[in-house]
Design a protein around this ligand. Structure first.
Ligand code: HEM
Ligand code: HEM
Length: 186
């Protein structure tokens, strides 16, 4: 498959669906992890966090897989090489998080001996408890989640910097194809 020159409509829709889902799930997770809630409130909320997370993983495999197959388009504008490297590293880390966050949550739950119900449709079974694996997966989930919150903040700031200060098409080409068409006809 030849390398894309910009983001096609499916890539844009995939980006925004997963963006909303991941921002929501990070916020939801941090709320569950760091706000002291009574058990009767936290249990159904944790179950909901888990069920949504499994759906995010299913959609995320398609979203990340498509990017791996297509590759990344070249940057929208010329930028210093350190910025290009930082942007590539951030995009790879964000893609990885779409898989690593739900998988670590699922592995932690399974090895804590807790099955994961997904809206009554199907259930991921519990495995024999293994505190070692559950603890490691739980730490990846926790520190990964905190790191991801920071990374998403930087990613949004970078997108806004391109739009407001550099005045290039980095943000608009992720929003619509009109920018590309307009610049092609110029
Ligand atoms: C879409 C991906 C997901 C994201 C971005 C995400 C994010 C987070 C974050 C940031 C936390 C707070 C840090 C922590 O206490 O570990 C958290 C907590 C948690 N997550 Fe996730 N999560 C996702 C999917 C899942 C899945 C699929 C499961 C399990 C099936 C899961 C299970 C949990 C559990 C059990 C907690 C701990 C809640 C508590 O401490 O009371 N997460 N999540
Ligand atoms: C309001 C929130 C967000 C904004 C404004 C935003 C904006 C953008 C923009 C403008 C690009 C294009 C960059 C370029 O062409 O070089 C981009 C790419 C990307 N963004 Fe976001 N983004 C947001 C949230 C997220 C979130 C939460 C994730 C987490 C998974 C994410 C993951 C990615 C990835 C992996 C790329 C690389 C291209 C792709 O595969 O889609 N973004 N983002």
């Amino acid at each position: 498959m030849s390398k894309p020159q910009t983001y096609d409509p499916i890539s844009r829709i995939n980006h925004w669906i997963i963006a909303v889902a991941m921002i929501g799930m990070v916020g939801f997770g941090l709320y569950l992890g760091f706000v002291d809630l009574p058990r009767e409130t936290s249990t159904p909320l944790i179950d909901l966090h888990k069920a949504i997370g499994v759906l995010v993983l299913i959609f995320g495999v398609w979203r990340v897989g498509l990017r791996l197959v297509q590759g990344f388009p070249p940057p929208a504008s010329q930028m210093p090489s350190w910025q290009e490297t930082a942007s590539k590293a951030a995009h790879w880390a964000l893609l990885a998080s779409v898989i690593v966050m739900p998988v670590s949550g699922i592995v932690a739950s399974m090895y804590r001996g807790q099955p994961i119900g997904v809206f009554g449709r199907f259930e991921i079974p519990a495995l024999t408890e293994n505190p070692g694996i559950a603890g490691l997966a739980g730490q990846i989930h926790e520190f990964g989640g905190i790191g991801l919150a920071v990374l998403i903040g930087i990613h949004i700031a970078a997108a806004l910097k391109h739009h407001v200060f550099d005045k290039d098409t980095t943000l608009t080409r992720m929003l619509s194809s009109r920018t590309e068409k307009a610049s092609e006809t110029r």
